[in-house]
Design a binder for this molecule. Structure first.
Ligand code: SF4
Ligand code: SF4
Length: 298
């Protein structure tokens, strides 16, 4: 049996990738299961999905805690989630990154494959959805499934959801990524603070918690705690603001779902400040701007 844990963000398609891998393995005569694990369900939040493959029937129903392989759809996750947690010492990390494997920092030094799946996805699909491209890297790095079976798995799973034409584009993304994947060994010197898992007990919840903030050893919880939750690492594109075109209509400010656009200055000198450490790169501000004063760039 081998077990694969996918790390992605809501909206990146980690679940479909896990299912397509299971389909690919099934088409090579294996038994395979795929299933997701969601935390807070929202676009951009870290999610996991799992694939188990075996020559025999699979009865295990648990999450995968000691994977043989990890697949990371967004390399910025490696700084906020211990993606290599439990990864076997002879396992492989497959990571969407423009960096070489030797430049990747994880919690342990293991065999590592990298591919710039975001660029592949932008070239082949026109959007930064990396779930199909990363499967090409998985095939190249592990040799467990052929790229032809990966393509068949993508056509099976993606074709049912998004139609044959788009599935074919995704299959092409996997083939391109397969060719561009580099295999090496990553660094294993990253350390994680395990303390971020604090949850209040019933006796720690003061009356009215829902309406007032509370200091905890792990930081602020409750209203206002978003200030500590820097979601800027989620973005693929960032807004570039041109104050010369801006007429200060504030539509961008009004529609930004993260409240990360601030007014600075006064009177005729008033302009906008985009707080990129919170900006998720959704592009709504650029979409709403009537003066084309905001451009989204990679
Ligand atoms: S891209 Fe624009 S609207 Fe979206 S979070 Fe960033 S600043 Fe706000
Ligand atoms: S929507 Fe465009 S013009 Fe209006 S305030 Fe924002 S950047 Fe300026």
């Amino acid at each position: 049996m081998y077990e694969v844990r996918f790390h992605g963000r809501g909206g990146q398609g980690a679940v479909m990738a896990a299912q397509a891998l299971a389909s690919a393995a099934f088409q090579e005569g294996n038994f395979a299961v795929a299933f997701p694990y969601f935390g807070a369900e929202r676009r951009g939040a870290p999610v996991m999905a799992f694939t188990r493959v075996d020559k025999d029937k699979i009865f295990s129903k648990t999450l995968i805690y000691e994977p043989d392989y990890i697949v990371v759809l967004d390399d910025k996750l490696t700084g906020i989630v211990d993606v290599s947690d439990g990864l076997k010492s002879d396992g492989i990390a497959i990571i969407n990154s423009a960096d070489k494997p030797e430049d990747i920092q994880l919690g342990k030094a293991v065999k590592c494959a990298t591919v710039d799946a975001t660029s592949v996805a932008l070239e082949t699909l026109g959007q930064p959805i990396t779930n199909s491209a990363i499967l090409g890297a998985f095939a190249k790095a592990t040799g467990l499934v052929s790229i032809d079976s990966i393509v068949a798995g993508i056509m099976d799973i993606f074709g049912n959801r998004i139609g044959e034409r788009l599935a074919t584009k995704n299959a092409n993304a996997a083939r391109v990524a397969y060719e561009r994947t580099t295999v090496g060994t990553c660094k294993g010197t990253m350390t994680y603070d395990a303390g971020g898992k604090w949850l209040p007990g019933y006796d720690e919840l003061p009356l009215g918690l829902a309406t007032r903030p509370m200091e905890t050893p792990e930081g602020l919880v409750g209203p206002g705690s978003f200030a500590e939750n820097k979601t800027g690492s989620w973005k693929t594109f960032k807004p570039i603001y041109d104050p010369d075109k801006c007429i200060m209509c504030r539509l961008c400010w009004f529609y930004c779902p993260d409240g990360c656009i601030k007014e600075v200055g006064e009177g005729d000198n008033m302009t906008l400040d985009f707080q990129l450490e919170y900006c998720k790169g959704c592009g709504i501000c650029a979409n709403e701007c009537p003066k084309d004063a905001i451009k989204m760039v990679r």
